[in-house]
Design a protein around this ligand. Structure first.
Ligand code: ZN
Length: 242
């Protein structure tokens, strides 16, 4: 049987393509919304990772939560077949509302590092907190993503060994300091993803010095019930807790 397959370019920058396969079948895909990033196989343990093919300067918006990302509520995840659940647990993160977000592009392959190249302030996007050289891996810190506890394999000298969901309460100040240092460069470097940023007015206020940069803790803190949040904060600060 002959199946007609057609690939159309919907948009050059960011790269979005439409794959039409047979009668009405449609699949939209991209390498990664951020240009000059490619997927590479790292090794058997880590799997794939995302790597810069060109220099990406500090302050570049490297990821934006966009309209094509898939959102799954807790109830939807619980009703899923275990096969789907295990895929989600590996490739998704949990947002401030407690929903699981599965990035549709290669952003879902961004690995954790205890010395991450990219971090998210309290906005729905990440920025490069230092210059990323061509060939260097783009990473973020899963301590900000409400993920389950895991043993870290990042091999950085500053590796925490075990990454926990409440790391954001322990290390949030240090991550916020990196973000505050890097954020002014948001205004000065080329921003291929700027059109997708939802918080343009709030970013302008921060860049103008009229508002503080929202903390990276924002999404982590709201992803839990008030009691869970108090417990996590208490554990992080060493106080007796609720
Ligand atoms: Zn590590």
């Amino acid at each position: 049987m002959r199946v007609d397959m057609r690939v159309e370019t919907i948009c050059e920058k960011p790269a979005i393509y439409r794959l039409t396969w047979g009668a009405g079948a449609l699949y939209v895909f991209s390498l990664m919304l951020l240009p000059h990033v490619e997927l590479r196989y790292v090794d058997e343990t880590i799997g794939y990772g995302t790597f810069a093919t060109r220099f990406i300067p500090r302050g570049t918006i490297t990821w934006v939560r966009d309209a094509l990302d898939q959102v799954f509520s807790v109830a939807q995840v619980e009703a899923m077949h275990p096969t789907y659940r295990s895929v989600l647990e590996r490739y998704s993160y949990i947002d401030g509302a407690g929903d699981r977000i599965l990035c549709w592009d290669h952003a879902r392959f961004v690995n954790h590092s205890c010395r991450a190249t990219c971090l998210a302030p309290g906005f729905d996007f990440e920025i490069a907190v230092r210059d990323i050289l061509a060939g260097e891996e783009l990473t973020d810190d899963y301590g900000t993503l409400n993920t389950e506890i895991f043993n870290c394999l990042c091999r950085e000298p500053t590796c925490r060994g075990v990454v926990r969901a409440d790391d954001v309460f322990v290390h949030g100040d240090a991550w916020d300091a990196l973000l505050v240092d890097a954020f002014p460069a948001v205004a000065t470097v080329h921003q291929p993803l700027w059109e997708l940023v939802k918080e343009k007015d709030e970013v302008a206020e921060v860049l103008a010095g009229r508002a503080a940069l929202p903390s990276c803790r924002l999404f982590a803190a709201t992803a839990r019930t008030p009691r869970q949040r108090l417990e996590l904060e208490a554990r992080a600060t060493g106080s007796p807790g609720p």
